[in-house]
Design a protein around this ligand. Structure first.
Ligand SMILES: Cc1cc2nc3c(=O)[nH]c(=O)nc-3n(C[C@H](O)[C@H](O)[C@H](O)COP(=O)(O)OP(=O)(O)OC[C@H]3O[C@@H](n4cnc5c(N)ncnc54)[C@H](O)[C@@H]3O)c2cc1C
Ligand SMILES: NC(=O)c1ccc[n+]([C@@H]2O[C@H](COP(=O)([O-])OP(=O)(O)OC[C@H]3O[C@@H](n4cnc5c(N)ncnc54)[C@H](OP(=O)(O)O)[C@@H]3O)[C@@H](O)[C@H]2O)c1
Ligand SMILES: Cc1cc2nc3c(=O)[nH]c(=O)nc-3n(C[C@H](O)[C@H](O)[C@H](O)COP(=O)(O)O)c2cc1C
Length: 691
């Protein structure tokens, strides 16, 4: 967190609260009346009003004889969950009490494989919203389910073939076409569901968030209802209203304003956490910045930060190759601008509350009471482009009819191209959009519920090994500073926070208010050194892709110190200029000297007449690479290849280069090379940690 965030939340309130129309700091309850009902512009069709029940972790209800629709989601940053909730809400409005609709986190659905096997076959109607991440992998909350169902479909047993014969399903995948494995989780799920006898009721949707994923979702939804109606509607139900587009209400929290001294520091992660307590995204621990330094030389026009989080008492265990999740904060400037645009004082202390019967898409409130300053800094995504639903919420609170109309147009089907251009392509942040519509001033309860999404944690490949740093987690972070088409410079939220972070001056933990800290957690990964230390490895990691390999090399160094024998390790690293952005040069040289690294190949891209990239050096070293990767039957060493860093360009190009190396070394065609690479992957000898 920023320096002394808790002090900020406890600071006395100053000034009045003009935007809320409050003259005093008396406890005030802001009504939950849905404003879209209150402010409906004349001539607009009345949207269906839906009061939805709080969503519970669901299971097929034995005693509930209603039809049931299970809406599953696999999400990392909430989009899939949002779509799942939106569909559930619409289904409840459409089918009423005749159908029990549940929104279900795939991880929470079952405690183990047996429970999945027991419950899923009894779901007569199931919808899946699943995002793809990393190297075509499922989200954390879908990983266990996907592993179970994939293994089941690969099983030999005939019984499995018909296991899901009673399940009728639909899938909407969330992905991004820029990644090599576009929507691979949705594709795989579709395949395995079908192989287990389940019946697909509509074409699988492939959302692309490189364009406008909300439009993809809307298009898929159009074919969803005709597919579901015959299955779920009762004969006496009138679905003629389906011609009127369903309009979800705008979610809103109830807001209580407190006196300034009521602000308690909002549920801070414990400083002295219990060792082995299993910290995760829901239970982060306080990581104090012990060290921070710039890795680029003075002449560089970019910045890459080395940062060390101190976690006392070994509360957070990790392995080289794991990721650390960091909840960073927005800068004071961004927070100040947001408060100004919203017309609220930073020191206002408030609580958010949601009723048991709250709106389906309303997320749990963040810990309250809280000051506006801390809520905006810690919990609010202010710099991403607003979703269409946010524009609709803003429209409801625009005093100017013209602005309201423009916002609705941008969010509606006729404004599709303008939204794509004016919001997405222009990378307009939420703050820029708020500034462009000065009359649109949502109250806090609407702003946090419907306009600004939650700030998500950022992940980093840990660049240290516990063998050398048992209580510290190192991060190697490229600072994002990108000019956008509107002339704004986008300062990446987390990377800029790391750039600003104030380290504690000594290795002894400082008192509060001195060093920067952030809630952090470790996410384990399969990107690990081979179990057998004699297995040779090839590591490919230009730029910050070097991060996990620094951890690997520290691990190897520690083993060498203990007298262990290790297989050879080659590293292909890349930077623009040797004297500006060659990360950890001295350390890499020292690893070569100690024998932890046996071949260091550095591709410098901007010093010669043509670009030299890691894949070019791999091709130059094709024989050495092949000797490591080829199977022992072919005289190779059965070694392991690791690639880390940029997914959109580098990892794809390295993947292609690998095929070329195989073709050249094996004197084989493209198909055989592809086979070899697939085999390498299935044997766990080709790992990618790409983002
Ligand atoms: C598994 C994993 C491991 C990772 N490991 C590392 C690592 O070791 N080192 C490292 O440096 N990074 C790593 N990353 C990336 C890291 O998680 C962050 O994405 C990165 O630091 C940028 O975060 P940020 O908050 O600074 O930037 P953000 O504010 O999130 O912006 C990031 C990007 O989003 C785009 N963007 C989003 N909104 C806007 C907007 N409104 N205007 C303009 N652009 C916008 C831009 O393209 C920008 O570059 C990893 C990611 C993953 C998933
Ligand atoms: N999504 C995010 O949040 C995020 C965060 C950090 C970085 N990034 C992106 O990730 C990429 C890597 O960033 P970085 O700071 O770690 O490294 P970097 O310093 O930008 O790049 C390291 C080296 O890789 C080279 N390179 C560029 N394209 C390549 C390709 N297709 N194949 C192989 N090498 C290539 C670069 O050359 P040239 O530059 O000379 O072409 C440079 O020499 C950048 O595109 C950056 O924008 C994204
Ligand atoms: C680090 C990272 C890796 C990703 N990898 C893939 C990928 O391999 N394939 C793909 O189709 N989409 C990929 N995506 C895109 C996400 O699936 C997409 O943003 C999706 O909307 C996220 O949904 P969620 O908010 O529910 O997690 C990736 C996104 C990020 C941030």
């Amino acid at each position: 967190m920023g320096v002394d965030a808790s002090a900020a939340s406890a600071a006395p309130a100053s000034g009045s609260l003009p935007a809320l129309g409050l003259g005093s700091l008396l406890l005030i309850v802001v009504s939950v009346t849905l404003l879209w009902l209150r402010r409906k512009p004349a001539g607009q069709a009345v949207p269906k009003v839906v009061k939805v029940e709080r969503i519970a972790a669901a299971q097929p209800e034995e005693e509930d004889h209603r039809k049931r629709l299970a809406v599953f989601f696999g999400t990392q940053t909430g989009t899939a969950e949002g779509f799942a909730k939106a569909v559930a809400e619409e289904a409840r409005a459409r089918y009423g009490d005749a159908v029990a609709v549940d929104v279900i986190d795939l991880d929470e659905y079952a405690a183990d494989d047996d429970e999945y096997a027991d419950k899923l076959p009894r779901e007569a109607h199931a919808l899946f919203f699943t995002a793809t991440y990393g190297d075509g992998e499922p989200t954390d909350n879908a990983a266990r389910f996907m592993k179970w169902i994939a293994e089941l479909s690969e099983g030999e047993e005939d019984a499995s073939r018909e296991l899901l014969a009673k399940v009728q399903y639909g899938i909407f995948g969330l992905g991004n076409r820029q990644y090599e494995n576009f929507n691979s989780v949705a594709k795989q799920l579709d395949k395995v569901m079908a192989s287990l006898g389940a019946i697909r009721i509509l074409r699988t949707g492939f959302g692309d968030d490189d364009a406008c994923i909300e439009d993809d979702f809307a298009a898929w939804k159009e074919s969803l209802w005709p597919a579901l109606d015959p299955l779920l509607s009762s004969s006496d139900q009138d679905l003629s209203t389906s011609a009127v587009p369903y309009n979800a209400g705008i979610p809103e929290y109830r807001v209580r304003i407190h006196s300034a001294d009521e602000a308690t520091p909002a549920a801070e992660p414990e400083l002295a956490a219990i060792p082995g307590a299993g910290h995760d995204i829901h239970k982060p621990v306080r990581g104090v910045v012990a060290l921070q330094r710039e890795l680029h030389a003075a002449g560089s026009d970019r910045s890459c930060v080395h940062l060390e989080f101190e976690v006392p008492g070994r509360a957070l265990s990790y392995e080289a190759g794991d990721h650390v999740g960091v909840f960073a904060e927005n800068s004071d400037e961004v927070v100040g601008e947001a408060a100004q645009l919203l017309g609220v004082a930073l020191d206002t202390v408030f609580s958010l509350e949601s009723d048991a019967g709250h709106h389906a898409s309303l997320p749990e409130p963040f810990p309250c009471p809280i000051s506006v300053r801390v809520a905006l800094a810690r919990y609010t995504d202010l710099l991403s482009s607003p979703k269409k639903a946010a524009l609709l919420a803003l429209a409801e609170h625009a005093a100017s009819a013209q602005e309201a109309e423009r916002l609705r147009h941008l969010a509606g089907p006729r404004g599709k191209d303008e939204y794509a251009e004016w919001v997405v392509a222009a990378q307009r942040s939420l703050l820029e959009v708020l500034a462009a519509f000065p009359s649109a001033r949502p109250p806090l309860g609407v702003f946090f519920a419907a306009v600004a999404p939650r700030l998500q944690p950022r992940y980093y490949s840990i660049s240290s090994s516990p063998a050398l740093h048992p209580s510290r987690i190192h991060v190697t972070c490229a600072v994002v500073q990108e000019p956008t088409p509107t002339g704004r410079v986008h300062h990446g939220v987390a990377s800029s926070w790391m750039k600003r972070a104030i380290p504690s001056l000594s290795s002894v933990l400082p008192g509060p208010g001195h060093a920067s800290w952030a809630p952090i957690f470790v996410r384990s990964s399969s990107f690990k050194l081979p179990r057998d230390p004699l297995t040779p490895v090839v590591m490919v990691g230009p730029g910050t892709g070097l991060a996990p390999f620094r951890g690997f090399l520290q691990e190897r160094h520690a083993r060498i110190q203990k007298g262990e024998k290790l297989g050879p390790a080659l590293l292909f690293y890349g930077c623009r200029h040797r004297d500006k952005d060659y990360l950890y040069k001295e350390e890499l040289d020292a690893f070569v000297a100690s024998g932890a690294l046996n071949g260091l190949h550095v591709a410098v891209s901007r010093e010669g007449p043509t670009k030299v990239y890691v894949q070019h050096l791999m091709q130059q070293q094709a024989t050495s690479v092949w000797n490591v990767l080829a199977s022992s039957k072919k005289g190779g060493a059965n070694g392991v290849l690791y690639v880390c860093g940029d997914a959109k360009h580098m990892a794809k190009d390295v993947h292609r280069a690998l095929h070329q190396i195989v073709q050249q070394q094996e004197c084989c065609g493209g198909t055989e090379a592809e086979e070899f690479v697939k085999q390498l992957q299935s044997e766990g000898r080709y790992h990618r940690d790409v983002w």
